[in-house]
Design a protein around this ligand. Structure first.
Ligand SMILES: Cc1ncc(C[n+]2csc(CCOP(=O)(O)OP(=O)(O)O)c2C)c(N)n1
Length: 305
């Protein structure tokens, strides 16, 4: 498989829109390790936003705690840096209050598949109108490499040096079991595929779940970059693959040893999202946030003096 020349791809086809891309850049000091997958994930996201015509003032980012969350000041736009495992719940409130703004949340595998897995489950059930990016680096990175729910069995990690006892979860397989309206998977080494997947997720009107298989050169030595390049394939490699068949989607993600398929795995683009289904919002053209009345609470406060 051909490897991607990142710099070339980053600049390619952005010429006219370069101004928008540059607005997403910040001057904050980067604290990620050399070779961390977060660099490429954020670059691909900035590219996708630019190519889809989103200006930073139309985006609200929710970041979780962790190495991924340390990207919160490295991208332009409105950002909210929340509690560990709680990025989805804060983002859900925002996208329901204001469906006119694009809400993008992200979290690590520690936050999403353990600490806050309940929020993921119910965000999918409710089909909130937002994009969620799972940074699956197979460990708790920021706290220096403890095993997460996705660490391969038997692999020695800080905190479990004799090897992880339990079998790992396969996040996208888990998500497909919840009947999502959108589930995609990509790989942090492949900016081209990530950009494509993010662009499709940005256009989806319900909960767009995107799992990024992320390299972590410092703590995840079980599945390094080369391990992925030997296994990743694309849904376009499967003859006549259509992403609207949930049964088929479940079949192609079962294998995480030989063929790891990237791309949009499943999408139901006709399903009404959470806001569209709300009976009390039918025929209302304003967003909830536009209906807020601002009034003085001085009188109320006096009652508690
Ligand atoms: C409620 C809560 N629990 C635990 C922590 C400690 N903590 C901070 S970062 C982190 C690991 C994050 O791992 P992950 O979510 O996988 O993200 P990564 O750093 O790998 O990107 C933990 C456990 C915390 N800050 N808050």
């Amino acid at each position: 498989m051909a490897k991607i020349n990142d710099t070339k791809i980053l600049l390619k086809d952005l010429s006219e829109k370069k101004g928008t891309y540059l607005k997403y850049e910040t001057e904050e000091v980067i604290t990620w390790c050399n070779g961390c997958g977060n660099y490429n994930i954020q670059n691909a996201l900035k590219r996708a936003l630019t190519l889809e015509g989103f200006e930073p003032d139309k985006i609200l980012f929710f970041f979780d705690i962790g190495c991924n969350g340390n990207g919160s000041d490295k991208i332009g736009g409105y950002t909210f840096h929340g509690l560990h495992g709680r990025a989805i719940s804060a983002a859900a409130g925002a996208c329901v209050a204001n469906p006119n703004i694009k809400v993008i949340a992200s979290g690590g595998d520690g936050a999403t598949m353990s600490e806050g897995i309940n929020h993921l489950v119910h965000a999918i059930r409710n089909d909130y109108p937002m994009v969620f990016i799972l940074h699956n680096n197979h460990n708790y990175g920021l706290t220096t490499g403890q095993a997460s729910a996705t660490t391969p069995r038997g692999f020695g990690m800080n905190g479990s040096p004799d090897g992880v006892i339990a079998d790992p979860m396969n996040p996208i397989e888990f998500v497909l079991g919840l009947n999502p309206s959108f589930a995609a998977r990509s790989f942090s080494g492949d900016i081209k595929n990530m950009t494509d997947v993010f662009r499709k997720a940005l256009k989806h009107k319900g909960f767009a779940f995107v799992e990024i298989l992320q390299v972590c050169p410092t703590y995840n030595r079980a599945t390094p970059q080369s391990w992925y390049w030997d296994r990743v394939k694309y849904t376009s490699d499967i003859k006549n693959y259509k992403a609207d068949n949930l049964k088929k989607a479940k079949e192609i993600v079962e294998d995480f040893e030989k063929n790891i398929y990237l791309g949009v795995i499943y999408q139901d683009s006709k399903r009404e999202n959470f806001v569209e289904k709300l009976p009390n919002r039918k025929n209302i053209t304003t967003a909830s946030v536009e209906e807020v009345n601002y009034c003085s609470i001085e009188k109320l406060l006096k009652e508690f003096e």
